[in-house]
Each structure stands twice: as C-alpha cells, then as structure tokens.
Design a protein around this ligand. Structure first.
Ligand SMILES: O=c1ccn([C@H]2C[C@H](O)[C@@H](COP(=O)(O)OP(=O)(O)OP(=O)(O)O)O2)c(=O)[nH]1
Length: 150
C-alpha cells in the first residue's frame, strides 16, 4: 500500500438499506456506488437522470473523488456518466449523485441497490497560480489536437 487515507461515509436518512460504496476486490481502484432510487427508475434511450446514492462522505483536504462509469454497464447497455469523471470536492457534504445517461438503443431500468457507477479517490496537489506575461518555450509549443499525425 503506497498511500493510506481515512474517508468517512454516512448513510443519509431513509437509506439505511442502501449499501455503502464497496470495492469488489481488495485491489480494485473504485468503490462501486449503489442506486438509492425508490423502486425503479427507467432511462429511455437518450435520457439522462441524476441518480441518488443515499450517501455523503468526508475526506481529507487534498483529495477528490471521481465518479466514473462501470465498463460492464457501458458495454452491455450504453449506460455511462454524462459528466465523466464527476468531481466530488473534499468540502462537499451533500448526497453523492450520479449523472447517468442511456446511450444505448433500449430502455434501461435501474433498481434500488443496483451498482451504477464507481468512485475513485485521487490526490489533488496544492496549486499556487501566478499571472505572468510570457511562458517558457517548448518543442511542442502550441501544437496539439493531432498535429503529430493520425
Ligand atoms: O457527478 C457528480 C458531480 C458532482 N457532485 C457533487 C459533488 C461536488 O462537490 C458538487 C459540485 O460539483 P461540480 O463542481 O462538478 O459542479 P458545478 O456545476 O461546478 O456546481 P457548483 O457550482 O455547485 O460547484 O456536486 C456529485 O454528487 N456528482
């Protein structure tokens, strides 16, 4: 283990039955997030929804959590996160929600306690910003967007 961090997770009222985010293997990067929808939610093709997870978290300053799609859902049903990766700020204490979109051809139904996305913790460096008049020169310069070829 290179880095060990303490994160608090809270089940919000009315969501005692919803699983806390959980790693599906010891060395998985992501904690799977469970849907806290009441009953079921069906996303028609092209439809998006902000799906509740029933949890809130607190993590140390200098961390963020990223909400990422699950590749299985994306492959099988075209279900992904519209704003991937979603950003959970260290000072956010509200309910974590997942902005899902159905990019598939068929309606997709999400049941309560179904795994809908995953949450990966990342470090965020402390950055000091300086406003300058010129930048140093590099070989790349302003080249980008495929300027090196296909
Ligand atoms: O997928 C997401 C993305 C964000 N959030 C929550 C946590 C995050 O800390 C907060 C704000 O997110 P973001 O900075 O992406 O949103 P914004 O559109 O810039 O809103 P704000 O003005 O509230 O910061 O919303 C989620 O629950 N899920």
């Amino acid at each position: 283990m290179i880095l060990s961090i303490y994160v608090q997770m809270l089940k919000l009222p009315g969501n005692e039955d919803v699983n806390l985010p959980r790693k599906m293997s010891e060395q998985a990067s992501g904690y799977d997030l469970f849907a806290a929808v009441s009953g079921e939610l069906t996303l028609a093709p092209g439809q998006r929804a902000l799906v509740p997870t029933g949890i809130a978290i607190a993590m140390p300053d200098g961390l963020e959590a990223q909400i990422r799609p699950r590749s299985g859902l994306a492959l099988k049903a075209g279900i992904t996160c519209l704003n991937t990766p979603g950003t959970i700020d260290a000072d956010y204490r509200g309910e974590i929600k997942v902005l899902l979109i159905n990019l598939g051809q068929e309606p997709f139904t999400i049941a309560r306690n179904e795994r809908i996305a995953q949450m990966v913790f990342q470090t965020v460096p402390a950055v000091t910003v300086e406003h300058v008049e010129t930048l140093d020169e590099t070989e790349r310069g302003a080249g980008g967007f495929g300027h090196t070829g296909k």
